[in-house]
Design a protein around this ligand. Structure first.
Ligand code: NAP
Length: 308
């Protein structure tokens, strides 16, 4: 039975970086990824805040990450992890096809888009409701769309949509955006973007596809209708952490210490799946490097204690 030094779960920026560092530390490493290398950033049309690349698409950036990982012979398998068990001797990492063993694990499984929870949202997914402007924006050429949210995702994707569609309404539940100031400035200047402040989406309606939304102003409590052909939802993230029972916060993000150790010895977490105040490619990369180094130190300490 092969026992890996480290198994990494997830091939986004954090997992790939951890893999490169682990390979360079000469640890026997396996990276497991359920969807394909890249993580959430591959659907980003434009990345402008990863140093070294003034402007690059998420997919191109991650292609470079993958090439780098392959150049150090990182073993990457397309398998979904369904359970991690923390045994005394080693950790068991179960996929649908295998039960892998490892001395340490790095969870870098990222996060997925959160649902809005409005009436009609589920019914119209793929029929006007979308979570990815890069993937679906094209279907709304010259139409009117609504974007929900005030964070970096909502504003970045609104700027992309404004290049394609006729009109972008951004509905935000407060009167101030959470997004980076540079993105805010661009959105305020874009003639195709109009903000609807202090408002939430109560209902998305239509016949076969989205035709309108019912909005509620949270200050005045007034309801209004707005005719739109599409609704793009960017109200945050839910972590992909259901397969592990290490300590998490109330929203399911994995709690780590400053060296990215979780509540289970030898299991580390990196990137968007852990509690952190910033979720960027740059921070995920830093996490990946730190988690791999922490795993290496954990393995060395364990080795020393067995020898003594
Ligand atoms: P986020 O930063 O958590 O923002 C979510 C937004 O949705 C907030 O404005 C929030 O309002 C609003 N919201 C949450 N629940 C809502 C609800 N039920 N109804 C209406 N509005 C709701 O999420 P994100 O924008 O998806 O970004 C996720 C992470 O990726 C962040 O760390 C972000 O920085 C990063 N990211 C970075 C970039 C970039 O650097 N270019 C691009 C995309 C994403 P409040 O503000 O009132 O809480």
């Amino acid at each position: 039975m092969d026992v890996y030094d480290v198994i990494i779960v997830g091939a986004g920026p954090a997992g790939i970086t951890a893999g490169i560092y682990a390979q360079r530390a000469r640890l026997t490493t396996l990276l497991l990824e359920k969807l394909g290398v890249g993580g959430q950033i591959v659907v980003s049309d434009l990345v402008e805040n990863y140093p070294g690349f003034q402007k690059i698409s998420g997919s191109e950036l991650m292609q470079k990450f993958e090439e780098h990982a392959r150049s150090v012979d990182l073993r990457i398998e397309d398998e979904e992890v369904i359970e991690i068990r923390n045994g005394d001797e080693y950790k068991s990492v179960k996929t649908y096809d295998h039960d892998y063993k490892a001395k340490s694990v790095i969870i870098a499984s990222g996060a997925a888009s959160k649902r809005l929870g409005a009436k009609g949202e589920e019914k119209f997914i793929g029929k006007g409701v979308s979570f990815c402007a890069t993937c679906d924006g094209f279907f709304f050429r010259d139409k009117d769309v609504l974007v929900v949210g005030g964070g970096n995702s909502a504003i970045t994707e609104s700027l992309l949509l404004a290049k394609i569609v006729n009109k972008v309404y951004i509905v935000h539940r407060r009167s101030e955006l959470r997004a980076a100031k540079i993105l805010q400035e661009r959105a305020f200047e874009d003639p195709k973007i109009e903000f609807i402040w202090n408002s939430v989406v109560e209902e998305i309606t239509g016949h076969d596809t989205v035709e309108k939304v019912i909005l509620r102003n949270v200050v005045t409590k007034e309801r209004s209708e707005l005719a739109v052909d599409g609704v793009f939802v960017y109200v945050g993230l839910v972590p992909n952490t259901g397969f592990t029972d290490v300590g998490k916060d109330d929203n399911g993000f994995i709690i780590t210490d400053e060296n990215l150790a979780t509540s289970a010895p030898g299991i580390f977490a990196a990137g968007d799946c852990r509690t952190t105040m910033l979720r960027q490619v740059a921070t995920a990369v830093g996490d990946g490097a730190l988690a791999a180094t922490s795993a290496e130190r954990y393995l060395s300490a364990k080795q020393r204690s067995t020898e003594s």
